[in-house]
Design a protein around this ligand. Structure first.
Ligand code: SF4
Length: 87
């Protein structure tokens, strides 16, 4: 079960998570950062780094944010997938 980046990242994009991810599976879109669900190794390192508590393990995503599970997956299937984070 991968980790998921949710609504609080929108307008924040702090990117502290990017620095700790051991497999570089956090990507950046125009609005927010996204975790590639097929590349995440479920290590949990990113979760405590987020200053706005935007990151949850998939099974713990709050009910009102569940649509972000699909969003983090579908964004990589579209014509403009998120790229390497800007630093
Ligand atoms: Fe990267 Fe680990 Fe966070 Fe997955 S859980 S995005 S592998 S830091």
């Amino acid at each position: 079960m991968p980790y998921v980046i949710t609504e609080a990242c929108i307008g924040t994009k702090d990117r502290a998570c990017v620095d700790v991810c051991p497999v570089d599976c956090i990507y950046e879109g125009p609005e927010q950062l996204y975790i590639h669900p097929g590349e995440c190794i479920d290590c949990g390192a990113c979760e405590p780094e987020c200053p706005v508590t935007a990151i949850f393990p998939e099974e713990d995503v709050p009910g009102n944010l569940k649509q972000y599970i699909a969003k983090n997956a579908e964004v990589f299937e579209g014509p403009n997938p998120p790229g390497r984070p800007e630093r």
